[in-house]
Design a protein around this ligand. Sequence first.
Ligand code: ADP
Length: 293
Amino acid sequence: MIAVLGSANLDLVVTVDRAPGRGETVTGRTFTTVPGGKGANQALAAARAGGDVTLLGAVGDDEFGRRIAALLTASGVDVSGLAVNELPTGTAHITVDGTGDNSIVVVPGANGTVARLTDAHRTAIDAAEVVLLQLELPLPLVEEAAAYARSRGVRVMLTPAPAVPLPPSLLAAVDVLVPNEHEAVLLAGVADPVAAARALAASGDVVVTLGARGALRVNGATTTDVPAFAVEAVDTTAAGDTFAGVLAVGLAAGLEWPDALRRASAAAALSVQRPGASSSMPDRGEIDAFLAE
Ligand code: ADP
């Protein structure tokens, strides 16, 4: 099993020709609502790829939370560890302007209340082969979960996003760190992403994702290229979450690293060819068919 401890949000997306200035009102073009949050995204990607997945976190007792839970359940994610509490479901308020640039306000809401590891979290972690973490829940909780999983011999995978400086004790408890190049550079304080990955690999595996250039796995002194598949990208939203979720499925199933990485790259390549986050994630059959081409 894969235990994902992470955020669940509803993304409220507005498109405008030009973003409003201070005190200004503009008329928008479109409005859409899309379930998101890195925890929910990674859980969905992993479940679609055939993983046995539980999402641990919280939503509010509201329409947004029920919608997210329904989508996760329909994709086979166990949501019994997704608490329903008194704050509203987390939201991301996203304005995309005519040039494709965006500005985002995130309100953590219920996500911010997941402050301590509960007995239910511990039970789920005990049953998992891999615990998948990101940084959209309070940092002390992420630290506690990583330390607990490590103490139980459960593999810890962390996507360090949004990027913040991390305590060395957290990095030391992580078996597989999956930053994108921006996050790797910020975490290591080294300008070159490859050198950054090498600096971060002291305590385990680092897989740094490089967008259309693929990824690199660094393990000790060994660096392995993970080529991207050549595809026509239309929307790279959640490519990294798809990659991480599917990598977790491969590692939890006991695949060798090269096979697990190839499946993660294939799933991410499929996802960038379709718009949206959750709506773009491939299922296991699509990944198999793509790899057989
Ligand atoms: P993030 O979304 O976290 O910034 P990246 O942009 O690095 O992550 O993408 C994650 C992975 O998705 C890459 O390692 C690669 O395998 C795949 N990917 C991203 N963009 C493309 C693309 N244009 N073509 C093919 N694969 C891609």
